[in-house]
Ligand binder design. Structure first.
Ligand code: 5GP
Ligand code: MN
Length: 352
């Protein structure tokens, strides 16, 4: 594949560049798809949705993720063939990067989000394409297709395929994966979904065979008893509401997680609950990991959770959904959070 033919920015609203990209995709290549660590529904859904269509075009496609997906996603069609870095030797992972002809990155805006795959991506000299819905501050691929107004990377993948005139290659498997990504990143079309086009995309995916009822069932109605009780504990005994800052947080220690036999993905979505409290517009979930504290941040309205995460917790993301990390104890992380709130008090109160 000619690297020099492939550079710049793609834009759904412009015609330039699309013919060249289509020409590249109608010839079979060896494609590697990458997505971010702690993969969520949008990461896995966008990667798998794209893979199904590229397979129909005759490409050879591998998806590599840094670590395992949570159990509520493993039913997604094609998930069993996703390669997990942590389960393979470094040598075999290098081979995928050496042998591929094109790398497609989905649902992340900086190579750091790849965790243990970051170095491999940085060193890789193959043509790279990014499809994402985060603001990108530094271009790290040859071509990028970015729209931070979109609710998910999966929607971006659908629009990308549509723009390349590949819509009819989207079968029920691809449609289900893409709709799963849209539904999970928008919390069941609750957030980042107040624009009409998203419903047009959802309608098209359902027409193409997406199994919406199964997505809803598998993602939201397959809690283990432990997970449900951990949610109850988090809200009843652990949540702290700070009305003076219009904020709330939940802080789960390693011990809390152990007590509820925590499995990967069990705390997914917990951070959204405090936002249902009247007058709370900023919610944070702290979870103690082996070597750091992980933060999930959610906000309502214009309050910039991503800016807050970037400034104090080495993270980022979207305005209303961001993540970050803290090196230190859980108590120290909470301390840092509470003092940072003082700096943001005015902004928190400026929100309607
Ligand atoms: P979650 O709270 O679900 O883990 O992450 C929410 C969003 O925050 C993700 O979709 C991603 O955009 C962003 N995010 C999460 N963790 C990080 C991180 O460590 N660094 C950056 N830059 N963004 C993150
Ligand atoms: Mn996403």
């Amino acid at each position: 594949m000619q690297n020099e033919l492939f550079h710049g920015k793609l834009d759904f609203n412009l015609e330039s560049g699309w013919q060249e990209v289509r020409a590249l995709f109608v010839i079979p290549h060896k494609v590697l798809i990458l997505t971010h660590k702690n993969p969520d529904g949008d990461a896995i859904g966008s990667a798998l949705g794209l893979k199904w269509v590229l397979l129909k075009l005759g490409h050879t496609v591998d998806i590599i993720i840094p670590d395992d997906a949570p159990s509520f996603l493993i039913w997604l069609p094609g998930h069993n063939e996703v390669i997990v870095k942590g389960r393979k030797s470094d040598q075999s992972i290098s081979r995928y990067f050496d042998e591929c002809e094109l790398v497609i990155c989905s649902d992340f805006n900086t190579p750091e989000r790849l965790g243990s795959l970051e170095e491999s991506l940085r060193k890789c000299v193959k043509p790279k394409l990014l499809i994402d819905h985060h603001p990108v501050y530094e271009q790290f691929t040859d071509v990028q297709l970015i729209d931070p107004q979109k609710g998910s990377a999966s929607e971006m993948v659908f629009l990308f395929l549509e723009k390349l005139l590949f819509t009819e290659l989207i079968g029920p498997e691809a449609a289900t994966c893409l709709l799963a990504g849209i539904m999970t990143d928008t919390v069941g079309l609750k957030v980042a979904s107040s624009y009409p086009e998203i419903y047009e995309t959802v309608a098209k995916l359902i027409r193409l065979g997406a199994d919406k009822d199964r997505i809803y069932f598998e993602v939201y109605n397959m809690f283990s008893t432990d997970r449900m009780r951990l949610l109850g504990y988090s809200l009843e005994q652990n949540m702290k509401v700070l009305p003076e800052f219009r904020a709330a947080y939940i802080a789960l220690s390693k011990n809390d997680l152990k007590n509820f036999r925590h499995k990967k993905g069990d705390t997914e979505g917990f951070v959204n609950y405090p936002l249902s409290i009247a007058n709370v517009i900023f919610s944070v979930l702290f979870t103690e990991q082996t070597d750091h504290i992980k933060l999930s941040l959610r906000s309502r309205g214009n309050f910039p959770a991503n800016e807050f995460a970037k400034k104090y917790f080495n993270g980022g993301g979207h305005r209303n959904a961001a993540g970050g990390r803290y090196s230190g104890t859980l108590q120290e992380a909470i301390g840092q959070f509470e003092s940072a709130l003082i700096d943001y008090k005015e902004l928190l109160h400026a929100e309607s």
